[in-house]
Design a protein around this ligand. Sequence first.
Ligand code: ADP
Ligand code: MG
Length: 287
Amino acid sequence: MSTGAAVRVEQVSKSFGRVSALRELSLIVDPGEAIAITGRSGSGKSTLLSLIGGLEQPDSGRVLIDGRAIWSGPHPARARRELVGFVFQRHLLLEALSARANVEVPLIGAGLRHSERRHRALGLLEEVGLAERAEHLPSELSGGERQRVAVARALANEPRLLLADEPTGALDTGTSERVLDLLFRLRDDRGMTMLVVSYDRVVGARADRTVTLADGHLVRAPDASDTPDPSDAPDTTDTLNPDDTDPAHTSTTNTPDPSASNPSDSHPSDTNPSDVPDPGLHAPKAL
Ligand code: ADP
Ligand code: MG
């Protein structure tokens, strides 16, 4: 059974040379929650996703997944493969491989027989509406189709956490909507936790909440709770969100959706052999 991963970012800082990309940033993401991340270019959004997904280590602070610091444990690459799916702005498919073979790549080393890998990849391609394109090369697909293949690939290991960094940044509006629709539908079906960096209003509208970064910080959102709830505890000094004593939950709008988690999925707990690099994981940063 698969449910979304709980993510807890605690006071994380990360610098690149003299550039502070993140400054003591804290964020709590509940299992199955979908969060939109916005903020100007250079505000630290991609760095935050990289740290949450274990592609980078923080200089200080820590990232806990389901309460554990797995990225500093002994098998971060394996943990990543079993837990996280990434979708980047550029699809980063392997050009020499068919759509199906691209989706199979993360499954290599997952202990599945070839026929099982193939079966699962075809099922995923069907799920993203590309069954009839399975044997096509990326160069034979449109931008939106390629990105849907990338979504299928990201889902191949049935991730409990999906991290998408400007997944529609290179697509036209209509195509973006299809891809975003797909991501949110898959989230609803599978109950995975999802963080999506996007400027798209569709993402903001469909996410459970939106967090905004500025200069490596989370921006505290002015919202309705600026008007304190009279029934709230008398010692509440933080009026931002009276129901939530943890500032890491700070965010804008969108009613939490308790039905977001769908525990109906099975998780491939079968075999987890050695760490096989996933081409999607070592991708260059999205522009
Ligand atoms: P965003 O995704 O919001 O545009 P990033 O997280 O990519 O922002 O970058 C935040 C800051 O950190 C920027 O100033 C960027 O130049 C810097 N930065 C990010 N990654 C690297 C890197 N690998 N090397 C050097 N500087 C980096
Ligand atoms: Mg970025």
